[in-house]
Design a binder for this molecule. Structure first.
Ligand code: ZN
Length: 371
């Protein structure tokens, strides 16, 4: 195992942060797994999962069971980790720009296309190597100018050429669920089984280029652009939502770390017999079919349904009480599907998103992720 430290651009005299990555196995094997935790720095479940993954990968490496290089970044966002305001952790947005740490990754598709245009041939493995090399070159040619840009650049550079990238997040209150690129579902389905995901949300363009799409979209874009060449989906990337932000326990973390190791084993990256595939809890659904119930009024939030329940159209899900007027506003689903995430605050402002239902009929357009 190797530990590497990646200094970020210093934002001000006297402040220096770094990203620390742990490297297991051999890069020379030509296959790479990348896992990071808490890109949204106030999402702690992944930090503890990464802690247990470190032990697992160290043991697998010592037993020479790794068929790949594993790069693990247990703390992906040292900027957000240090942001506290009024005794509240602000880990989702950088305070100085108000930008979401999981948006605005560089779009390298055009640069990659230019670099590979006359290097592709009829061998898919060759094309995969050429595209990986071009991704590394395209990223190397970028010069980040701010600390936030250097964080994005560091993480993207560590992850871009991975066969599998897992980005460990959580929601406010939630059951375990996944986000991934639509074409990747067949390769991600075993992960949904091992983790027991109650929903997998599929999209190719969620809006604002989140980290998982930045890592994988180049592959399907190159497939479209060079349709006469065999190009594999060389980068499978998944955002893993490890339940709610307070769902942190050793029992959950051990279970989730084992589920990840089981998935990597099933995919052939760990030289052990793969544990049997559990039943799939739920088929994947389009992100554009996920209904976010928003409150039209301000008031006290009372949920009427529990996470993991299937909600039918017209069923009441949450109500909002105004203690001055005495009015209660009942909000009902317009989509049938699993209630997979809820707000954890119980006072709503008008327009606040309160919960999400994974429906299977796409109806939304534009930017599909929450702020
Ligand atoms: Zn997150």
């Amino acid at each position: 195992m190797q530990i590497k430290k990646h200094p970020l651009t210093s934002p001000a005299i006297g402040t220096n942060r770094e990203v620390v990555s742990f490297h297991y196995g051999e890069a020379s094997m030509g296959k790479k797994i990348y896992i990071q935790a808490a890109l949204h720095a106030d999402e702690a479940p992944g930090l503890l999962v990464a802690h247990y993954l470190r032990a697992q990968f160290a043991q697998l490496e010592s037993e020479q069971k790794l068929n790949c290089e594993v790069v693990l970044v247990p703390v992906a966002n040292p900027i957000g980790l240090a942001q506290w305001l009024d005794h509240t952790h602000i880990g989702r947005f950088e305070l100085s720009t108000a930008e979401n740490f999981n948006r605005h990754y560089p779009d390298i598709a055009d640069a990659v296309a230019n670099l590979i245009a006359d290097k592709l041939n009829d061998d898919a493995a060759h094309n995969q190597r050429v595209i990986r090399e071009a991704m590394r070159t395209a990223l190397h040619q970028l010069t980040p100018k701010t600390e936030l840009a250097s964080l994005r650049h560091t993480l993207f550079t560590l992850a871009a050429d991975a066969n599998i990238m897992l980005d460990l997040h959580c929601d406010a209150e939630a059951k375990l669920h996944l986000y991934t690129g639509s074409p990747l579902w067949p390769m991600v389905e075993p992960l949904a089984r091992y983790t027991g995901a109650v929903a997998t949300l599929l999209e190719t363009t969620s809006g604002d280029n989140p980290f998982d799409e930045a890592c994988s979209r180049t592959w399907w874009l190159m497939q479209q652009k060079f349709a006469d060449k065999p190009i594999p989906l060389g980068g499978v990337s998944v955002t893993v939502e490890l339940r709610g932000s307070a769902d942190v326990s050793h029992a959950n973390a051990i279970k989730d770390a084992q589920a990840i190791v089981n998935y990597l084993t099933h995919q052939g990256y760990i030289n052990l017999p793969a544990p049997p595939l559990p039943q799939l809890v739920a088929e994947a659904t389009p992100l554009a079919g996920s209904e976010a119930i928003e409150s039209p009024v301000s008031g006290v939030v009372s949920f009427l349904r529990e996470l993991g329940e299937t909600i039918k159209v017209g069923e009441a899900v949450v109500d909002i009480t105004n203690p001055i007027t005495g009015e209660t506003t009942v909000l009902s689903a317009t989509t049938e599907g699993i209630l997979y995430a809820r707000e954890n605050r119980r006072f709503a402002h008008a327009g606040m998103r309160l919960c999400k239902i994974a429906g299977n009929v796409p109806f939304r357009t534009g930017k599909l992720l929450s702020a």
